[in-house]
Design a protein around this ligand. Structure first.
Ligand code: UD1
Length: 356
């Protein structure tokens, strides 16, 4: 693509913000590129959205669709309905969508119907588990995209298996790691007063883990057991906090706090003894940081964090969690390496591919 390129970026939910930042920043130096940022409003709380814009240096959105929360069908439909007139008004040359959230698939679908080119950043990831809403979003978005930017080789292989033409696939590396590389020094300087010296850092929000009372109770009991050996710091996603209250569960001595800003969370990750999570991005960040990560899922769409990185899937098995944790506490944590192209330059490669 050449002269006078108009690029839309779509963000909606927390993990999108650290992915869009490096791409926007890299495209900024291309004077022929005009960038328009659209926030769907899937996440709207200050601590789930605004603070990330500030810390990552992302400009205020040009358009906010303010869709808010709803069931999957309603949220997806609402994003589509509100996005269509915006797309018709601006007619961009390419729309960049990020990751695997409902905002990603909804806007990609609108573009495909109106014949507008789509670039998918973080294409090709697969958990092979279609009960996971994000897996459906990934599969559909990749089928619709014209440019598929993958973070690692497994992404390319998955896309090839699904019949996607190799000319459309560009292995650029991991944009989330771009933001980490840039902001780690500032994160290291963040004040950690009020947090213990040694701790397990926990995040939990997957519907499969938190939406059912008995399952969530089992996880909390496992974490309470962890807290006998190590303090547990648990910045809770609003969805998780609500479920804990709805089910009347007790968090005992777990240090449950509100969702943290990017810098606070990154600072806590980099100093954690272990991270226990069901997030996708956190599996990647811990791999880069070389911090042990125990993932409370049976599968991952980011297998490279297991094959090369520090990640171990413990599923929902408390014995496995206990066993891996004692290995870490005994100083025998799995050692990992940083995957190829996770080097802080993925955004620049995307910009070079799209805009020369
Ligand atoms: C979404 C993404 C998930 C991503 C996660 C990161 C989909 C399908 N899922 O999940 O991939 O890992 O974001 O956070 O897109 N809520 C608030 N305030 C907010 C946002 C949400 O209170 O600012 C609450 C609402 O009660 C809402 C619930 O969280 O119903 C779920 O929000 P939603 O965006 O639907 O999904 P997430 O679970 O956040």
């Amino acid at each position: 693509m050449g002269d006078g390129l108009k690029v839309f970026h779509i963000v909606g939910a927390r993990p999108n913000f650290m992915k869009v930042a490096p791409v926007m920043s890299a495209l900024k130096s291309r004077k022929h590129v005009v960038q328009i940022l659209v926030h769907t409003g899937q996440h709207y709380d200050a601590n789930m959205s605004d603070v990330f814009f500030e810390q990552l240096g992302v400009p205020a959105p040009d358009v906010n669709l303010a869709v808010g929360s709803a069931s999957h069908a309603r949220q997806t439909a609402e994003i589509m309905t509100r996005f269509e007139p915006v797309l018709l008004e601006h007619r961009p040359d390419v729309v960049l969508v990020y990751g695997d959230v409902n905002s990603t698939v909804a806007t990609a679908l609108v573009c495909a119907k109106l014949g507008v080119h789509v670039g998918h950043v973080e294409a090709g990831l697969r958990s092979f588990d279609r009960t996971m809403p994000e897996e459906v979003n990934r599969l559909v978005t990749d089928q619709l995209a014209d440019w598929l930017f993958t973070p690692s080789e497994d992404g390319d292989i998955n896309l090839q298996r699904e019949g996607i033409a190799t000319e459309k696939v560009f292995r650029v590396g991991n944009v989330m790691i771009d933001s980490l590389v840039k902001l780690l020094p500032a994160a290291e300087r963040m004040n950690r007063t009020g947090f213990p010296e040694r701790y397990a850092l926990v995040t939990l929000h997957r519907p499969a883990n938190v939406d059912e009372g008995a399952g969530l109770k089992r996880i909390l009991l496992s974490l309470l057991e962890v807290s006998q050996d190590l303090s547990v710091v648990f910045p809770a996603h609003p969805r998780t906090r609500k479920r804990i209250a709805d089910f009347g569960l007790h968090a005992g001595q777990l240090q449950i706090v509100d969702p943290l800003s990017y810098l606070e969370f990154l600072g806590l990750q980099s100093h954690a003894t272990v991270v226990i999570t069901d997030s996708g991005g956190v599996q990647e960040e811990t791999t880069y940081l070389g911090v042990p990560c125990l993932t409370l899922r049976e599968n991952t769409e980011r297998p490279i964090t297991v094959s090369l990185g520090t990640n171990i899937l413990v599923g929902r098995d408390p014995d496995k969690l206990r066993c891996e944790l004692s290995r870490i506490l005994a100083g025998k944590a799995k050692k990992g390496t940083v995957p190829p192209l996770w080097d802080g330059r993925a955004g620049e490669r995307i910009a070079a591919t799209l805009a020369g």
